[in-house]
Design a protein around this ligand. Structure first.
Ligand SMILES: Cc1ncc(COP(=O)(O)O)c(C=O)c1O
Length: 459
């Protein structure tokens, strides 16, 4: 791998000479003993992290622009999170929330619902360990509450790897091949992608086209009164970091109201402040009513500790005592990390150089990155689309005829990695930019410089 010299960042010096001997040795052992299903896109074995920087076992320091798939909200080893975890673990690390209440999880639930409750509308929270568990809980609740069985999901979606969740997932066939039979009574409809509008629509009409498509199913194929829920990512993650048109979510809310269908927003990847608001659907509130019935959260909620949440309107969370639970779900140490993460996201605790709150920082630094990438798009014709909101940004690579160029994306991604930028692909030909929300403008500049150099080298 090539070495690059970059201006000295404020934090540890970027240093890449990959793969070093310890990396190679651990990767060889990993290949011997760990699951054959794990992907290993690049030779990287982390040793420790600080802020947005990760240092590997050979002493190479990388700038983290993927945050462990949009998880490390507060960066690595944030002192406020570390302290919260240490304090809780010396008290107790498990009792079982399914059986006994704990103040730390009660107050976490109270804090989470404050971001969604409206006057006269109470919400409740179920806590799990992973995104897939939150999705499973959401679908079980929707079925239990409505007494209906069918669920509609979207093409290109990702909802997790458990049986229910892979059934709902619509992004890659490899997630399903050889695993069937899956959950019955699940249908997929197109996602309104303005860059590649489905159903013969245009960027402006793709939202309405998807709504019309769903209603056409209700005429001849699927009785609407058997549909328990529509589950959708308000901004699609794994499928390519796609932002739907402004009119789509209000229209989807209205459609669900018309037929008594539960609207589930899967905020596992785009939620928790990443787009500049606590939940990504809130970016669309200015265009109409987009309040869902159920929300799923995980990833960024606790800066890397495993906890997830399924939030539902009190009027919807009607499943009976004992009908759902989890041994580890709502673990108090993870809940302490979630509180510390929320302190920083909401601005109760300030992170130096990040303005009033990490949510505000995500909006500002994200807007700066987006503006710089738009300039690159004008310069490099193979950069077909630059899209997103806050620090949820996708770069789509295209061939001269406009079709997705996955091979070029792979070359770009590997070259960026070689220059010290940890990044991750998604969709068919997209690189996602999902750094920790503590990313400063100066650190963003370092990443953008690597991206520009890479794109220029592809020309
Ligand atoms: C939108 C969305 N939902 C659910 C999941 C599943 O989360 P987990 O891997 O924690 O089960 C993911 C993971 O990428 C996701 O992006």
């Amino acid at each position: 791998m090539e070495m690059t010299t970059l201006p000295k960042p404020r934090q540890p010096e970027l240093k890449t000479a990959l793969p070093g001997p310890k990396t190679a040795e651990i990767m060889a052992r990993d290949a011997q003993h760990l699951s054959t299903s794990y992907m290993r896109p690049y030779p990287f074995v982390p040793d420790h992290g600080e802020g947005v920087w990760l240092t590997d076992v050979d002493g190479n320091t990388m700038l983290d622009f993927f945050a462990g798939i949009a998880v490390s909200t507060t960066g690595h080893a944030h002192p406020h999170v570390v302290q919260a975890v240490q304090e809780q673990i010396t008290k107790f690390s498990h009792v079982c929330l399914t059986d006994y209440p704990q103040e730390i999880t009660t107050s976490l639930a109270e804090r989470l619902v404050k971001h969604v409750e409206r006057p006269g509308e109470k919400w409740r929270v179920f806590l799990g360990n992973s995104g897939a568990e939150a999705v499973e809980a959401a679908v079980k609740l929707a079925r239990n509450h409505t007494g209906r069985t069918h669920v509609i999901s979207t093409m290109g979606s990702f909802h997790g790897r458990t049986y229910g969740a892979i059934t709902l997932t619509g992004s890659k066939t490899k997630y399903k091949r050889g695993f069937g039979p899956l959950l019955p009574n699940v249908s997929h409809v197109p996602y309104p992608n303005p860059f590649r509008p489905p159903l013969g629509s245009t960027p402006e009409t793709c939202g309405q086209a998807v709504i019309d498509h769903i209603e056409s199913l209700f005429v001849g194929i699927l009785p609407a009164d058997e549909v328990a829920a529509i589950i959708i990512e308000p901004m699609q993650g794994e499928g390519g970091y796609i932002v739907p048109p402004a009119d789509f979510l209000p229209k989807l809310r209205a459609l669900c109201d018309k037929y008594g269908i539960m609207l589930i927003f899967d905020e596992v990847q785009a939620g928790m402040g990443r787009t500049g608001k606590m939940f990504s659907f809130q970016q669309f509130e200015q265009y109409g009513d987009v309040q869902p019935d159920i929300i799923t959260l995980a990833k960024g909620i606790a800066s890397g500790l495993p906890i997830s949440a399924m939030l539902a309107k009190e009027s919807v969370m009607t499943w009976p005592v004992g009908s759902h639970g989890s041994t580890f779900g709502g673990n108090p140490v993870a809940a302490a990390a979630a509180h510390a993460t929320l302190d920083l996201l909401e601005g109760e605790v300030k992170h130096p150089g990040c303005g009033e709150s990490l949510m505000e920082n995500a909006a500002q630094v994200g807007a700066y990155i987006m503006a710089e990438l738009k300039k690159m798009q004008a310069e490099f014709p193979f950069l077909g689309d630059v899209r997103g909101q806050g620090l949820f940004i996708g770069l789509e690579f295209v061939k001269p005829d406009g079709s997705p160029d996955g091979k070029l994306r792979d070359r770009a991604s590997l070259a960026m990695f070689g220059k010290g930028l940890l990044n991750l692909d998604c969709g068919e030909a997209v690189i996602r930019i999902s750094p920790p929300l503590i990313l400063t403008r100066e650190e963003a500049e370092t990443g953008l410089k690597i991206m520009r150099e890479t794109l220029a080298s592809l020309n």
